[in-house]
Design a protein around this ligand. Structure first.
Ligand code: 2AM
Ligand code: CA
Length: 264
């Protein structure tokens, strides 16, 4: 295994252990509001510190882009860190959240770790070498029609224009799939696309740390992950469409038929 991936796994497991230890005490946690409906707890911050300490200990020159502490410039390598993806779930004791880490070199995703500490599920990927769940190779599903597809999505939580757009996209596909889930952790949704539990996923208005690790997982598992509107880099726009190649194409075609669809 690549030593950088090994270090990322160590960091993710440490953060995951801290998060699980804090779970019985969520009622007593200090929670701040970053924006409307946008919460951060001391657990997010402590988990992030632990991750950065672990990564910097091994690679002091690498740059960092982290949800809570922002950007710290470094060499051509950059870690993209979400210490707790699904904070709202965590704060409610709703058991769907993860630690997400990705490593970029000159902007290209090289390594990914998404760790679900409650189920002890470790999703990993290295560019060009495939994706794994707990060391076993994973692949996207073979589902080839929307009627048989189980999709994931996320509701937009910032702008009301995006809510209206989400409703239009939802309406377009709502009655032609096996089901649509909104679980609340984009990193895990993408990991689930990578291992075939979901056949497709879309969400808008996300941040790079929500989707960096998951995007590489999907691609290395044989799927596609790109900008929902332009097919460009979803980390730049925060608008993502992912899926196995067939479902990805079917969703792209279906969404293109929705009037007025585009970046907001
Ligand atoms: P976070 O928990 O790391 O913030 C779900 O829609 C995705 O959006 C999650 O990956 C979540 O990541 C992110 N998100 C950011 N702000 C959110 C909010 N206010 N409510 C719900 N999800 C939010
Ligand atoms: Ca987070």
């Amino acid at each position: 295994m690549h030593p950088m991936l090994n270090t990322a796994i160590k960091a993710a497991r440490r953060a995951g252990a801290l998060i699980v230890r804090a779970l019985p005490d969520i009622d007593r946690l200090q929670v701040e509001t970053k924006g409307r409906h946008d919460f951060v707890s001391e657990v997010d911050r402590r988990a992030e510190e632990l991750i950065i300490e672990t990564l910097k200990g091994a690679y002091p020159d690498h740059g960092i882009l982290a949800e809570e502490s922002g950007l710290a410039a470094g060499n051509e390598w950059e870690w993209v860190i979400d210490p707790l993806d699904g904070t709202t779930n965590f704060l409610h004791g709703f058991p769907q959240f993860a630690v997400s880490l990705a490593l970029r070199r000159r902007g290209r995703l090289e390594q990914a770790v998404v760790f679900d500490p409650l189920r002890d599920e470790l999703f990993t990927a290295t560019r060009g070498e495939g994706a794994q769940l707990n060391d076993r190779r994973i692949r996207v599903s073979r589902v080839a029609d929307l009627d048989s597809a189980l999709l994931g999505t996320g509701f937009p939580f910032r702008q009301s224009d995006s809510v209206r757009q989400w409703v239009a996209l939802f309406e377009r596909v709502a009655q032609s799939t096996s089901g649509i889930r909104r679980a609340g952790s984009a990193a895990l949704d993408l990991a689930y696309v990578a291992c075939g539990r979901l056949d497709g996923f879309w969400e808008t208005g996300l941040k790079p740390w929500d989707i960096a690790g998951g995007s590489l997982l999907v691609r290395e598992a044989g799927g596609l992950a790109s900008d929902l509107f332009t097919e460009g880099d979803p980390l730049e726009s925060g608008n993502i469409l992912a899926g196995n190649p067939r479902v990805y194409r079917l969703l792209r075609t279906a969404f293109a038929e929705v009037p007025g669809v585009g970046p907001i």
